[in-house]
Design a protein around this ligand. Structure first.
Ligand code: AMP
Length: 230
């Protein structure tokens, strides 16, 4: 008698974090990555990598990013497709900063449909606009491990030394200033916020109040991820 395979094939989770700059998408995505073994996929990080490497895509994206605008769908989709083709994404992904336009959302749906997948959940981090400008303008990270800090809200316990890894080099993003943050916020409301309705119509939208402490938000997000991946 032939063996019966009773295993149920589970598709890797595809989670989207939606929210304006400063909402905490990167911080929360890294925490979810550690807790659930998912892969954080940030198009902002991929683009910054392309800018630093001086690739044609990076050269085309640099000025747009510095002005706080959105890089073209063509460039973003090309780097996203390349990243999604790597084997590690089989663990499931948390998309941080993607999709940001209706065109990107449709392209993602099509890309996933190709392998019989769908968006598992799109989680909207709900925050107050003005607070976001203050958050973004003061933030910086450890140059060694990427731990996040803030001039006003979270300084290292020992000045100049990273709490997590002891590193002493810190860096700030070129676009983390009040003026560019306003442009990014505008781009978010004009082009990305409408995606909340798109995912609502698909029945995969979740909302979370993201004005509280990092640990509280992480715990709320963790419960959502457990529920939608069950
Ligand atoms: P982030 O790190 O997500 O805040 O992104 C930094 C900048 O990279 C944005 O302000 C945009 O200029 C660009 N960027 C990142 N992701 C996208 C995307 N999905 N579509 C268009 N531009 C993007």
């Amino acid at each position: 008698m032939a063996d019966t395979d009773n295993t149920v094939e589970t598709k890797p989770a595809v989670l989207i974090l939606l929210g304006p700059p400063g909402a905490g998408k990167g911080t929360q995505a890294r925490m979810l990555e550690e807790r659930f073994g998912l892969v954080q996929l940030s198009t902002g990080d991929l683009l910054r990598g392309a800018v630093a490497a001086g690739t044609p895509a990076g050269l085309a994206a640099k000025a747009v990013m510095e002005a706080g605008g959105l890089v073209s769908d063509e460039i973003v989709l090309a780097i996203l497709r390349e990243r999604m083709a790597q084997p590690d994404v089989q663990a499931g992904v948390i998309l941080d900063g993607f999709p940001r336009t209706a065109g990107q959302a449709e392209a993602l749906d099509a890309l996933l449909a190709h392998s019989g997948q769908k968006v598992t959940a799109a989680i909207s981090l709900e925050v107050d606009d003005e607070a976001m400008i203050a958050r973004v303008a003061g933030r910086y990270t450890c140059g060694t491990c990427g731990e996040g800090y803030h001039d006003e809200f979270k300084q290292p316990a020992v000045a100049g030394t990273c709490d997590k890894c002891g590193g002493t080099e810190f860096k700030r993003r070129a676009d983390d200033n009040a003026e560019t943050a306003r442009a990014r916020l505008q781009a978010y409301h004009a082009q990305t916020a409408p995606l909340i309705a798109h995912y609502g119509a698909l029945g995969v939208l979740e909302k979370i109040d993201a004005m509280g402490g990092i640990e509280d938000i992480a715990s709320g997000l963790g419960s959502i991820v457990e529920r939608v991946s069950a």
